[in-house]
Structures are given as C-alpha cells and as structure tokens.
Design a protein around this ligand. Sequence first.
Ligand SMILES: [Zn+2]
Length: 162
Amino acid sequence: MASVIDRLLRNAQGFEIALEASSNVPSMRVTIATCMDSRIDVFRIFGLTLGQAHVLRNAGGIVTDDMLRSLVLSQRLLQTREVILMHHTNCGLHGADEEALQERLRAETGMVPPYAFGAFDDLDASVRAAVRVVREHTFLPHRDNVRGFVYEVETGRVREVV
Ligand SMILES: [Zn+2]
C-alpha cells in the first residue's frame, strides 16, 4: 500500500529555493507559538515569508517545557524579542477529556504517559494561562511583548485575548 509519505516525497523531488535569508536569526525578531492544526497557515495569516519568524507548534499550542526550551533558545541564541501565542477555535484539545484519555492509554498499555495532553475547557482562559507561563519564565530575557490570541478557523479572524 502506497503511503502518503511516498506521495509527499515525490512532491519534494526537485524542490529548490533561492534562499534569500542567509541568517538563521529571524529578521522580525518574533516567535509565534501555535497549535499543529492543519488549517492554521501561520505564514499567510501574518503575511510572513521565510527567514522572518520562528514558528513553534504542538498540539494545542500549549506552553510545555519543550515549548519553553525552544523559546529560550529563540531569544538567547537567535535574538527574537517578541512572542505571539495563538490558540484556535475547534481545537482537538478543546473539551477533550484528559482523564479519560489517560485512562484509555493505561487500560491499553498498562502504563501512563509521562506528560499531560493539555485538554482545556475554556479557550480564552487557556490563552491567558499560556501567556502567564511565558511572562513568568525567568530564563526568557524578553517578556514585555508576549501577547495571546485566538485564531477563528471558521473566519480566519485573529482575535487578541491578552
Ligand atoms: Zn488545535
């Protein structure tokens, strides 16, 4: 059975770009952290091109330890100064049952994963919590411009929360 990956690799064959940004420092000095949702086109939404911003993504756009690790490196090694945290409507984690998910995995495997999945009930509250965690993270030198948003996948609208 042909996998999707084979199809994508065929698409990638012959892919070439003329890289305009030679520096690995994002020219706009900004990091955008958001969900892995396939409907969020970060570059199009914010009018970005390659070389301008760091983009960090995971399920939910949750500020995990690994998200913080990347943010710290983004600021300390690669000179970014501002942070956009963006969650979105119709997220897979919105209203998910964290305990039921953990319990199902335990029943299937006999083990519990060493991480939380980050299910949440209140979208705006989850954005505020994410912003708070980043603003309070001592290892980040630039915490003045950390702002939180909701992306409405139905309309493409970006709404500021905090
Ligand atoms: Zn999501």
